[in-house]
Design a protein around this ligand. Structure first.
Ligand code: 5GP
Ligand code: ZN
Length: 112
């Protein structure tokens, strides 16, 4: 996708602080961290949001979750971390390339 910020990061057109990368997924630090550690994990393929996941894109989403244990271990989040995904503008999504926030490095209050 030509104008998508995260596709531009995947293509290297916008710099990012990369934490993990393979042929399918990319993990980098959020530019505006909301916790001491704030990572974003994305599929390299452009999928706008969670409600667009289909059988094909689900493979990449599965891969993201397969890699979260090693990514978070590498980031020193052994005590625990929070994963957040906003789906749609109504839920607060601002970048329409599916992504999972990994937040850690502090104790969180319950969400509900
Ligand atoms: P959303 O609100 O869509 O769930 O999350 C989008 C996240 O992307 C925000 O936390 C925002 O700080 C982050 N973000 C937006 N633009 C950039 C960028 O160019 N680089 C990085 N590293 N993060 C970005
Ligand atoms: Zn994209």
């Amino acid at each position: 996708m030509e104008d998508c910020i995260f596709c531009k990061i995947v293509r290297g057109e916008i710099p990012s602080d990369k934490v993990y990368e393979d042929e399918d997924i990319l993990c980098f630090r959020d530019v505006n961290p909301q916790a001491p550690v704030h990572l974003l994990v994305i599929p390299k393929n452009h999928v706008p949001k969670l409600s667009d996941i289909d059988v094909e894109s689900a493979k990449y989403i599965g891969k993201i979750f397969e890699k979260i244990p090693s990514i978070t271990r590498g980031a020193g989040l052994d005590k625990g971390f929070r994963v957040v995904a906003n789906c749609g503008e109504y839920a607060g999504q601002t970048v329409f390339h599916i992504h999972f926030h990994i937040l850690g490095g502090k104790r969180f209050s319950p969400v509900f």
